[in-house]
Ligand binder design. Structure first.
Ligand SMILES: [Ca+2]
Ligand SMILES: [Ca+2]
Ligand SMILES: [Ca+2]
Ligand SMILES: [Ca+2]
Ligand SMILES: [Zn+2]
Length: 548
């Protein structure tokens, strides 16, 4: 990949640009791996990096030969071919093959042990996630299945019925499956019996009956009410309900209700200026550790807000524009909080990372994920990446920035979270924001094309000149007089529809301000008719900021 890797920040980044190192620059290893280990089994639970060399082999074969080479590390029983079964495979629009697998032992599924692997278009394995149930060949050696399925079922059902005042009415027939059940370092042949019911209350009970002794090994309810929702306290001290994921007795900031999920990680302040480093090194530290909690009450405010607000931004684009995540294909939204040290910024990291980063702020600022408009701003960068893909420099870069401010503000109005036309006001204590769309001059930004800042800093002043477009968008929505031009406001919904259509249908990588004007007029014509008052308002708004 020789494409420029770009960190797009909320305000001017600390770095100018990050390039994949060329030959002769920082030596780049042919392969490297970053392993997160499971504390109990000391086997890997998430491995990422450049795990294999380039290859023409099938993705599944690439993975299996990697696993077979690492058998001692992963501690599976026999061979990748006999212990792992591919249950899903697809290629995404970037050419990555996604494999989903499950673990088996002698043809019996190991409960809950599923895995994902990503293989890039050059046949390099880039990640393998999931924890292998280790050493089953040893652990299962002396175990015998002695209990009949019918007996196991009645043990489970008796226990279930005795725990409710009234007998549960099954929503569908209970299911029974033979599994290997692994818990606390113990592995057993078991019957997994599942009961789903709505009466006398919502239930989705799983029983695991030991196939050797007939005892209940474990039972738990995984209906929505129990394990999918937690609570947390945000940056500003407000309490929020969170979509979470429970794995055993640990709760994770993983929202399974939106697209392919929303995942929030802790960057653990590992490095002051990680963005200075080459991409392969950054990848060793990102996305970080999944944020978890033992009692499902999350107290890390920056993680709580990053998680909650990312979900709300997902809802905004789905509800308003029928857009399913930033790529409109439901891609997972990942955020890393506690990025850097005293970093007063936030950013979207493009290919190949595709994730957000949030700093903790400094003495003048709060953790940046505490601002909903900031999160909407960053996710809009991801949408721009997948649509107009505006080059992050000069006029196209300023349009890129402005689109993020526009949808950052519109999302804040949509969510009705103390909305305004300011950006970042909730986390910037002393300045009450970093930009104003209503009056850019409050923050020394231009509100007319005559005042366009010509500079080489900040990719050509993208965070400055964006305010010219911001002002036009504000005027289009709210109306008003500016530089002697009167604009009839059309409201936030129509302004948003016009800019969304402009961004996703008409702008291109190198669009200029003038081309943006034409594109917005085109979008408004398509939406409301070429002689509509909306088209007239678009013309007025751009006239008012001097863009012809
Ligand atoms: Ca807690
Ligand atoms: Ca891009
Ligand atoms: Ca606000
Ligand atoms: Ca705001
Ligand atoms: Zn930005």
């Amino acid at each position: 990949m020789n494409k420029k890797f770009l960190a797009v920040c909320l305000s001017m980044c600390l770095v100018l640009a990050i390039f994949i190192p060329q030959a002769g620059a920082t030596p780049k290893p042919e392969t490297f791996e970053k392993i997160n280990k499971n504390e109990k089994t000391s086997t890997p639970e998430f491995v990422s990096g450049k795990l294999t060399k380039k290859s023409n082999k099938k993705p599944k074969d690439v993975l299996f030969s990697y696993l077979n080479e690492k058998k001692e590390t992963f501690k599976f029983a026999e061979s990748a071919e006999s212990d792992f079964v591919v249950i899903d495979e697809f290629v995404d629009n970037l050419g990555f093959t996604h494999l989903r697998l499950k673990q088996e032992f002698n043809g019996i599924p190991v409960y809950g042990r599923t895995f994902t692997a990503h293989i890039d278009s050059s046949g390099v394995l880039t990640s393998f996630s999931g924890t292998v149930a280790p050493e089953l060949d040893q652990k299962m050696k002396k175990k015998k299945k002695k209990v009949k399925q019918k007996k196991a079922f009645s043990t489970a059902e008796k226990d279930l019925i005795s725990s409710f005042a009234e007998e549960p009415q099954y929503a569908i027939d209970p299911t029974t499956e033979e599994v290997i059940y692994v818990k606390n370092d113990k592995s057993n042949y078991a019957y997994h019996i599942n009961f789903k019911f709505f009466y006398p209350e919502l239930g989705d009970w799983n029983y695991f009956i030991d196939a050797s002794t007939g005892d209940i090994l474990d039972k738990f309810d995984q209906s929505f009410k129990v394990d999918a929702v937690g609570t947390g306290t945000g940056v500003l001290g407000d309490e929020k309900t969170l979509n979470i994921d429970r794995q055993g007795s640990t709760y994770y900031l993983q929202d399974n209700t939106r697209g392919d999920g929303i995942f929030t990680y802790d960057g653990e302040n590992v490095h002051q200026n990680l963005l200075y480093y080459p991409i392969w090194l950054i990848q060793r530290y990102l996305p970080g550790t999944a944020v978890s909690d033992s009692d499902n009450i999350f107290n890390d405010g920056s993680a709580v807000d990053a998680h909650y607000y990312a979900g709300l931004v997902y809802d905004y684009f789905l509800e308003e524009f029928n857009r399913d995540s930033f790529d409109n294909q439901g891609s997972a939204i990942k955020s890393t909080v506690h990025f850097g040290q005293n970093w007063s910024n936030a950013g979207w990291l493009g290919e190949p990372l595709n994730q957000m980063i949030y700093g903790d702020g400094d003495s003048d600022t709060l953790p940046f994920s505490g601002a909903f408009d900031v999160i909407a701003h960053e996710i809009t960068h991801a949408i721009t990446d997948r649509t107009a893909d505006l080059i992050y420099q000069d006029e196209s870069g300023a349009i890129n920035e402005s689109m993020s401010d526009i949808f950052g503000a519109l999302a804040e109005f949509w969510a009705d979270l103390d909305p305004d036309w300011l950006m970042g006001e909730d986390v910037t204590l002393s300045s009450n924001g970093i930009r104003s769309m209503a009056d850019p001059t409050l923050f020394n930004k231009p509100d007319h094309y005559d005042d366009y800042l010509h500079t080489t800093a900040d990719y050509g002043g993208v965070h400055t000149n964006s305010s010219i477009i911001n002002k036009a968008a504000y005027l289009l929505s709210e109306g008003g007089n500016h530089s002697g031009v009167s604009v009839n406001g059309i409201g936030k919904d129509k302004m948003g529809d016009i800019f969304y259509r402009t961004l996703t249908q008409h702008l291109t990588a190198s669009s200029t301000f003038s081309q943006l004007r034409s594109a917005a007029i085109q979008a408004a014509s398509e939406l409301y008719g070429s002689n509509s008052s909306e088209v007239t308002s678009v013309q007025q708004a751009f006239n008012a900021v001097g863009i012809n």
